[in-house]
Design a protein around this ligand. Structure first.
Ligand SMILES: Cc1ncc(COP(=O)(O)O)c(C=O)c1O
Length: 401
């Protein structure tokens, strides 16, 4: 097939949910991907924060092959035991905060949040969930209902009832919304899809205290921020925040569709057989890949690389902002979840498209932003290569406008 044929087939047969870019990716290697004609692009999208070890990483390939040769899906799925699952549980137990005593697996972030909401209701015997404006928690009907962005909600009424929204990073707003019906507060430690919004340092800890006082649970959605994306393994743990339920996915398995959630004793005590499950939950192949990815993150101190690359990127981007103050409104974010806010959606779209024609793939976020969101293993010269392309593109657009 050629790219042209692939475009034609997908455009005619695939449900048109995505506003696609005209590029057909055939393969990837490290931080680079190649289209069907063999053109090379630097990937600053991390597959939406998933491919944390880059593309075709040998540890992932080995885990896939080795486990695939043994078994992919257990007979009777979760009703039988699996050494691959036990290994992953053991390593997760080592990296998770001590108070999260039980772990379960999912296939995606939305499923992890869905399960968290179910369990929060069962644990507390209450109905309501507080979420933040600008949040993103998934696209199933219950997680879209928990998502604080109208574009993900408005066309799908009736949404699930009993969700309340408050301003993000605003403690008094959460305090006002608290009452005896609130089962849980669900929050991202840093809002990703909502435009890379970093709250005040004490925000999550204070929310934890408010939840505790009210008898409500705190669900920390670390689907985007977890597994070293922001530097530490988990943002909540690095801030000393004790969430009752921690939801995980994306970077957990470096590209293999996989997720998890971990719960505190209070939640675990309420779990009964049959409350939750799923055909693929904790399937040996996903477990083996996730184990390999997590071991790699730990052994290679990827957290340190993220902090180093983040510092370099922020220094570089702040110079770019100073050079083009009329074009760039703000640079924000932490770790390798950074955003250049152009304050204009057409401008961000132009930057994204011009980057592509110059060999750099970026993600447009919340309309006006372009994310710097590469693999966590990215090296200095690769990062500089991508930032230099961004600079050139911004310079070109600035000359024309
Ligand atoms: C914070 C957060 N929660 C949940 C999700 C949904 O995850 P998935 O797309 O794997 O269902 C996302 C996806 O972007 C996310 O960023």
């Amino acid at each position: 097939m050629s790219s042209i044929e692939t475009f034609k087939t997908e455009d005619s047969l695939m449900a048109p949910f995505f506003n696609k870019q005209k590029i057909s990716i055939e393969r990837g290697e490290g931080v680079y991907v190649f289209d069907e004609e063999g053109n090379r692009y630097l990937d600053f999208t991390g597959g939406w924060g998933v491919t944390s070890l880059g593309h075709a990483h040998p540890v992932i390939l080995d885990a896939l092959l080795e486990q695939g040769k043994k078994i992919i899906q257990n007979p009777n799925s979760g009703l039988t035991y699996s050494p691959a699952r036990a290994k992953l549980l053991t390593v997760l137990r080592e990296i998770l905060p001590d108070h999260l005593t039980k772990i379960f697996f999912t296939n995606s972030g939305a499923e992890s949040n869905d399960a968290a909401i179910k369990l929060a209701r069962k644990t507390t015997g209450r109905t309501d969930v507080i979420s933040a404006h600008g949040s993103f928690h998934g696209r199933t009907i219950s997680t879209a209902s928990a998502t604080g962005q109208s574009k993900h909600r408005d066309k799908f009424h009736p949404l699930m009832p009993n969700y309340r929204f408050v301003e993000f990073n605003h403690l008094a707003a959460i305090e006002r919304a608290m009452d005896g019906s609130v089962a849980a507060v669900i929050l991202e430690p840093v809002q990703g899809e909502g435009g890379v919004r970093v709250p005040a340092k004490n925000y999550l800890k204070e929310v934890e205290k408010l939840c505790h006082k009210n008898g409500s649970l705190l669900i920390a959605d670390e689907i985007q921020t977890g597994f070293c994306r922001m530097g530490p393994m988990f943002v909540t743990a690095s801030l000393g925040v004790k969430a009752d339920i921690l939801t995980l996915a994306k970077g957990i398995a470096g590209g293999f569709p996989f997720g998890a959630f971990a719960v505190s004793k209070r939640v675990a005590e309420k779990i009964e057989i049959g409350d939750h499950g799923g055909t693929y939950c904790g399937n040996p192949l996903g477990c083996a890949v996730s184990y390999a990815v997590i071991q790699y993150l730990i052994k290679n101190r990827i957290s340190e690389n993220v902090l180093k690359m983040s510092k370099l990127a922020l220094q570089h981007l702040s110079k770019t902002k100073n050079k083009y103050p009329d074009m760039i409104l703000e640079i924000r974010g932490k770790g390798l979840l950074l955003l250049i806010d152009f304050g204009s959606e057409p401008m961000a779209t132009q930057v994204k498209n011009t980057c592509l024609t110059n060999g750099l793939m970026v993600t447009q976020t919340n309309g006006t932003g372009i994310r710097v969101f590469p693999a966590l293993t990215i090296e200095e010269q690769e990062l500089e290569e991508g930032l230099a392309i961004l600079d050139q593109v911004i310079a070109m657009i600035s000359k024309c406008s």
